[in-house]
Design a protein around this ligand. Structure first.
Ligand code: NOJ
Length: 543
């Protein structure tokens, strides 16, 4: 059965933010060689390693780092901070030796303002690359061409004194938006995909890809009634993004991206698409599998605040997951994400590391590909970033509480100085709890979060029911979330206690406990399930 399915359906994906994973050069910033050195930790072919199947690498391309690599000045090169192309090729080869696929980030919406396309475009109004970006005249009073706001705060338009026009940027001014309506831009960007596929990558995670196609006249965005925004600099948060995101015609572009990947076969296309469920489902393709294999599913992250422990409720998760599972078209495949480099850490968001164990069991037992953000497997919490240490442009413009630095602190490998991440002071402070929440310490603790992740991944890998069985949630009492995963030959019952205290429920099943989030229990159950606080169980049904 598994052979006929595409590899990503049975894969566990692990996201690496290269700046923060492992510094091999001693400059306080992670790099590609550092990742190579940790590949055995990720998968050495035995259950002693984490056992992941694919790495998604956030950008490592040449960049002035105004948005830490999401501002690319050369799509076809590695930034010297991270290494060089030869090291990248070595990373691909070493990963493949360990059966780890490499998915790279692809940033189609914008380049850096230091990309040579932009410096040419900016040089004069009649430069052949002028139309590769979005340039407009000022309004009569000199103000920007429309009311659109930048996601990082302020106007989305930047004035250029030399050519006396504004250019458009949805993120920082150092990230001018490309003009995807220009066919030359599209061809150049499809060639970027081919370049990396020629270097052996197995797929792409496509950055804010639903934003590349804008209204041709860029009409003013309507305002959201009653919106208060994210502080005094926020325009974006006050507006409905109807002309800049998910705009009519976007799906034709998505199909072109997909057919470029299909030239090579077997490459996965994952989309960063923050849209409501039904709109997002359209990115699987319209009636057929011709767009994304996996439009990232952020439903379990985005409760509108990104940090709301009271949303840790069984019913809420059941509803979101039932809806997603039912909405994915039959030619598509579900996926689940609980954290990434843009949102507060899972454990901090949901109210504690104790709850994150339950979340881990949920993520790794659902029908759909899980993506784990580095550090979740050791229960990392938000780092503490004093205001003067904020690096992230979003935190700098919108305010300290919006900084994404909190989830980008260095991966703690040991209780050594600088958490074994670097031999020098890292670019962001290591977490305060690194002496206990680190890989080496957790490797030696049979009941640690890391041991739980290993057990869950290992079980998932070997169990066709957990990988491909149907999903059916059950009615259950007392703030628990229960579901069946079933094939013709096997039924697994997953029971998750969302309470911070012990809970008992009745279910019409008996069976053997295969795994508990406590890693301390393998008894049998018969109709009644006694759960410890925040405990999750995987039960093989026997009757
Ligand atoms: C989404 C990325 O995940 C985020 O980190 C980045 O700042 C923006 N896109 C702009 O590229």
């Amino acid at each position: 059965m598994t052979q006929t399915r595409p590899w990503w359906e049975s894969a566990v994906v692990y996201q690496i933010y290269p700046r923060s994973f492992k510094d091999s050069s001693g400059n306080g910033v992670g790099d590609l060689q550092g990742i190579i050195e940790k590949l055995d930790y990720l998968n050495d072919g035995t259950p002693n390693s984490l056992g992941i199947d694919a790495i998604w690498l956030s950008p490592f391309y040449e960049s002035p780092m105004k948005d830490f690599g999401y501002d690319i000045s050369d799509y076809r090169n590695v930034d010297p901070l991270f290494g060089d192309l030869a090291t990248f090729d070595k990373l691909v080869a070493e990963a493949h030796k360990r059966n780890i696929k490499i998915i790279v980030d692809y940033v189609p919406n914008h380049t850096s303002d230091e990309h040579k396309w932009f410096t040419e475009s900016k040089s004069s109004k009649d430069n052949p690359k002028r139309d590769w970006y979005i340039w407009r005249d000022a309004q009569a009073d000199g103000s920007p061409p429309n009311n659109w706001g930048s996601i990082f705060g302020g106007s989305a338009w930047e004035w250029d004194d030399i050519t006396q026009q504004y250019y458009f940027h949805q993120f920082v001014p150092g990230q001018p938006d490309l003009n995807w309506r220009n066919p030359e831009v599209r061809e150049a960007m499809y060639d970027v995909l081919r370049f990396w596929m020629d270097h052996g990558v197995d797929g792409f995670r496509m950055d804010v890809v639903y934003m590349v196609w804008k209204h041709p006249e860029m009409l003013d965005q309507p305002l959201i009634p009653g919106a208060v925004g994210r502080g005094p600099n926020d325009l974006y948060g006050l507006q409905q993004q109807i002309y800049s995101q998910n705009y009519d015609g976007i799906h034709d572009i998505m199909k072109e991206l997909r057919s470029t990947l299909d030239e090579y076969g077997d490459k996965v296309m994952i989309g960063e698409i923050w849209l409501p469920l039904l709109e997002r489902m359209r990115y699987y393709g319209d009636g057929q599998n011709d767009e994304f294999h996996m439009p990232f599913n952020f439903d379990l992250i985005d409760d509108g605040t990104f940090q709301n422990p009271t949303s840790w409720q069984a019913k809420r998760f059941r509803t979101l997951i039932d809806q997603h599972d039912a909405a994915v078209p039959e030619y598509g495949w579900p996926n689940y994400v609980l954290g990434n480099h843009d949102v507060p850490r899972l454990a901090s968001r949901i109210g504690g590391v104790h709850r994150a164990r339950t979340a881990a069991m949920m993520l790794l037992t659902l029908r759909g590909t899980p993506t784990i953000y580095m550090g979740e497997e050791i229960g990392m919490v938000n780092g503490i970033i004093p205001p003067e240490k904020v690096q992230d442009p979003q935190g700098l413009v919108l305010g300290h509480e919006f900084t994404r630095d909190v989830c980008r602190t260095p991966m703690p490998w040991s209780d050594d100085k600088y958490a074994g991440f670097s031999t020098t002071e890292p670019w962001l402070p290591v977490n305060a709890d690194y002496q206990t929440a680190n890989v080496a310490t957790e490797q030696n603790d049979a009941h640690s979060m890391l041991s739980l992740y290993k057990a869950l991944i290992n079980l998932r890998k070997q169990n066709a029911t957990l990988l491909f069985g149907s999903y059916q949630s059950l009615d259950s009492a007392n703030n628990t979330y229960c579901y069946l995963r079933q094939t013709d030959s096997e039924s697994m019952l997953i029971v998750l206690n969302f309470n911070d205290e012990p809970t008992s429920i009745n279910l019409p099943y008996s069976g053997d406990i295969i795994l508990s989030t406590t890693l301390q229990r393998t008894d049998a159950i018969d109709q009644t399930v006694e759960l410890d606080s925040n405990e999750g169980l995987i039960i093989k049904i026997t009757g």
